[in-house]
Design a protein around this ligand. Sequence first.
Ligand code: NCD
Length: 306
Amino acid sequence: MRHLLSPLDFSVEEIDKLLDLANDMERNPSKYSELCKGKKLATLFYEPSTRTRLSFEAAMMNLGGNVIGFSSAASSSASKGESVSDTIRIISCYADICAMRHPKEGAPLVASLHSSIPVINAGDGGHQHPTQTLTDLLTIRSLKGRLNNLTIGLCGDLKFGRTVHSLINALVRYTGIKFVLISPDELKVPDYIRQDVLDAKGIEYKEVQSLDDAIADLDILYMTRVQKERFFNEEDYLRMKDFYILDKAKMALAKPDMLVLHPLPRVNEISVEVDDDERAAYFKQVQYGVYVRMAIIATLLGLEVK
Ligand code: NCD
């Protein structure tokens, strides 16, 4: 039995296969519409979510399966003091696979140790978000045609943004990847990413503050929200929240084929005036998130169309 806790749980070859499967699911939905008949997905969400939870549920329904779950800690027995390890033992009796989001780093890992069904990390605190990363990889590969030889700008909250941490981990395995890390000083990527991933692998990167100065070199601009819920005080958040606002004037400085990605939800960091720009790919990215989660569910359950 396999879990998906980090984007590194799949090899590069396995990711290629998974993305191929997601593309095939996009092209031939009816081929897969009964693949998960009789199976249940449990969504255990201890933290708010719109896209991740609902795209998992939509994905399971597209595969002909069913869904159970809860969407907040308050509506589960966590509010009575039940541990994650007890909860997963219970859920293992009800469902065939589960997706868990939790504010504590490592909670899905703990769950996996006590689970008899595959556990998918749907975001753990400021740590990792592997299914968003697979969504990002599918989006980039589908729209750019490659995952190598790319200069990627990651902009915003690089400290607390788990989507950024997972994406860096995943992309360093491809060749010719360069990063431009664009953030205020207080929100730079954590040391464990800079030293243990970027430096350790000899990846080319620079850390800058100005989006205006960096944007012209980028093939991909990955914007992120300042992670309000992970700040220790409101004052710091308010000071930081509108540090970057991508607007038409900034887009005018970018390459004609640069893609703008964002895991969403967006707050103010991308002006709505950018939405009509052909390079804005963040709503397409949402659609890719459904296909990739269909592929993840099928792969972890070991199901194939004959
Ligand atoms: C992200 C998350 O939850 O980390 N959202 C998502 O799953 N698409 C990004 C965010 O909340 O800013």
